[in-house]
Design a protein around this ligand. Sequence first.
Ligand code: ASN
Ligand code: ZN
Length: 300
Amino acid sequence: MRGGASVLDFQHRTSGKGVLFTDADNAWGDGTPGNNQTAAVDAAYGAAKTWDFYKDVLHRNGIKNDGRAPVSRVHYGKAYQNAFWDDRSFTISYGDGAGDQHPLTQLDVAGHEFSHGVTSATANLQYSGESGGLNEATSDIFGTAVEWNANNAQDKGDYLLGEKIDLFGNGKPLRYQDRPSKDGRGSADYWSAGVGNLDVHYSSGVANHFFYLLSEGSGAKDINGVHYDSPTVDGSTVTGIGRDKAVQIWYKALTAYFTSTTDYHGAREGTLKAATDLYGAGSAEVRAVDAAWAGVNVKA
Ligand code: ASN
Ligand code: ZN
């Protein structure tokens, strides 16, 4: 597999080494959580598609740009309702969710966790305050981008995170990029002075919303059967430049301009510089970046 990727069975433990998945007939899993291999093959798929996204779209050769893939660990913990990246062990771990019936091995979750490694290897955004929100949003932005790039008919591209894992048991996604407050859990749609006090998964809303506005623009839109309606703080209209350009701008800003202490106003500066590098001073892209940040209340 790409970069020597492998998948370990953690057998519902939270420590130890796990056991490498092997298979006699090379038919892996059956798409249901009851089959022990299903989460493994889904994790392997996520790792491969994420690897390909970074290589083909962003010309990055793995998390550290050194060709080495992380290890994926599935069946982590008992009914563990999360997934996480660990820098030290260079691993992505996936729980099996409620009742061990909802493994978190969805493609955009794989892209999200892998991207925590990329952030750590580049801007190294501190995981608290506004920089923490930017760290989380970076993982959501690239998680979404991985899903779109994979172009899988069973999991069409969207601006939702974790819409297939049913983490909350109500069929709802974890997060919404067009209007983050749709989660009903306190995600921020707009920047305000106290936004950095929120949990990083909620302060990320500001940058997720920026990314949606920059990609698709404000207002109502249906894409691949999903309805979106993205507002701006002051009712201004934002015209999107398309997801592909928005992704390139975010990646350039992350790798060239963001630092461990970048906050939302710093992110505005960094993305404006990135858009200028990529598309030229005064370009429509630079103006769209400015307008999208203004739409989420991040202004000069
Ligand atoms: N799944 C979560 C995340 O990647 C785990 C955490 O809270 N760090 O953000
Ligand atoms: Zn995260």
